[in-house]
Design a protein around this ligand. Structure first.
Ligand code: CA
Length: 226
């Protein structure tokens, strides 16, 4: 069994490598997101251990890009942040399991065994809202069969709204999930992107798809699904 470990902290990476090799795995290592992504895209791994906080592109983005490229090796995410939001964001990005640092090596090994036994995760299901379809696996957005071109961030925003459809979501929650660690920089960025999304989507619908909830955030309404 061959594993890929993507972790920027030298000490943690070598502890992981030694522990995993002792358990009989062949281990490839990467010390940042870009290098990890490149190794992951080569394929051939039975599972990937992926740290969330990396110096360049974060673990969520690495995972998203792997899935977009149809790399379906099970992903176990590691993080120091014991937050429900990170867990949700990790799973939304296509991770299969989640482990909070510090953890015992035995716990990591048992989670990995379970993931590898379970095998390749299923292709994520297509998200819909009326005639709107978003396919996380192919990154395609269609309205009634017609392709809608979205930027990477607009896609991530729409995907997030679809996961939370018919639910009021706060701007801060959106920032954290869609923009991640750099979110604190500009909080009005959400409004700007929602405006762009509306411009691209609302002309297709006879009702506004994304509603503003004054003082709180936004609501993507899918009639008939409440
Ligand atoms: Ca790290």
């Amino acid at each position: 069994m061959r594993l890929l470990v993507i972790e920027d902290e030298d000490k943690m990476r070598s502890v992981l490598r030694r522990g995993l090799e002792a358990a009989g795995y062949v281990v490839d290592e990467a010390e940042d997101g870009q290098a990890g992504l490149a190794r992951g895209l080569e394929g051939g791994h039975d599972a990937i251990v992926l740290d969330i906080l990396l110096p360049d592109i974060d673990g969520f983005e690495v995972c998203r890009r792997l899935r977009r490229a149809e790399v379906w090796a099970p992903v176990l995410m590691l993080t120091a942040l014991d937050a429900v939001n990170d867990r949700i964001a990790g799973l939304d990005a296509g991770a299969d399991d989640y482990l909070v640092k510090p953890f015992a090596l035995d716990e990591l090994l048992s989670r990995l065994r379970a993931l590898i036994r379970r095998g390749r995760p299923p292709r994520p299901s297509v998200l819909t809202c009326g005639p709107l379809r978003l396919d996380p696996a192919t990154r395609a957005v269609m309205w009634d069969g017609e392709t809608i071109e979205l930027s990477r961030r607009e896609f991530a925003l729409l995907e997030f709204f679809l996961h939370r459809r018919n639910e009021v979501v706060q701007r801060t929650t959106i920032l954290r999930h869609v923009w991640g660690e750099r979110a604190h920089e500009q909080s009005n960025i959400v409004d700007a992107f929602v405006k762009n999304l509306r411009h691209k989507l609302d002309r297709h619908f006879d009702y506004p798809l994304i509603e503003t909830v004054r003082g709180v955030g936004y609501l993507l309404r899918c009639p008939g699904e409440e």
